[in-house]
Design a protein. Structure first.
Length: 191
């Protein structure tokens, strides 16, 4: 095998190569592309609703999480077990901060894959590099006990979001316009 073939093989296996090869462009649905295009507007509306109707304690948690400045993913090993919690921002209940559950990230050779392991509402999906401080997540929503569907099966199960690293052992995914209950779901992670 020539050195160019070896280099091409290594690039394909690199977690950051997914976007560079255009893989996400062949996977992301039009519906999810639109959700990402509307991300800033959706986020602003959701936060305004949460501040209007949420409890003081929940607003403080939401603001603390969402105001963390993104830091680069370079050198960050996302693999392993994490505590994760969902914050539902805007929508039916204005603002809900759930307790901590279990999540796991693995590197399957093609990049990072996430699975929420506990709680009734779950997700399973893959990350794609967008920039040094933001990843795009494509995943599938499922309920505990069900088998997750493959991404691309429709807006009821497809999930899309932006992931931001915020510290040594903290990061989050922001899901604009999820199919259920809220205007913005934030999945927060800590070791």
């Amino acid at each position: 095998m020539c050195s160019r073939s070896i280099l091409a093989s290594l690039l394909i296996l690199s977690p950051s190569a997914a976007l560079a090869t255009g893989e996400i462009e062949g996977l992301i649905t039009d519906h999810d592309r639109q959700r990402l295009e509307d991300y800033e507007t959706t986020r602003d509306e959701a936060v305004a609703e949460a501040k209007e109707g949420g409890s003081e304690a929940d607003i403080a948690v939401m603001e603390e999480v969402l105001e963390r400045e993104p830091v680069p993913f370079e050198g960050f090993d996302m693999t392993g077990y994490w505590q994760c919690r969902t914050i539902k921002v805007g929508g039916l209940a204005s603002l809900v901060v759930y307790g901590w559950f279990d999540c796991r990230v693995i590197d399957d050779g093609s990049g990072w894959m996430l699975e929420k392991l506990s709680g009734s509402q779950r997700t399973k999906g893959r990350f794609f590099t967008e920039s040094d401080t933001r990843l795009t997540y494509l995943g599938s929503y499922f309920v505990a006990g069900d088998t997750p569907k493959k991404y691309g099966n429709g807006p009821e199960t497809d999930q899309v979001g932006y992931a931001y690293r915020s510290g040594e052992d903290t990061w989050r995914i922001e899901f604009p316009a999820p199919a259920r209950e809220s205007k913005l779901d934030v999945l927060e992670f800590r070791r």
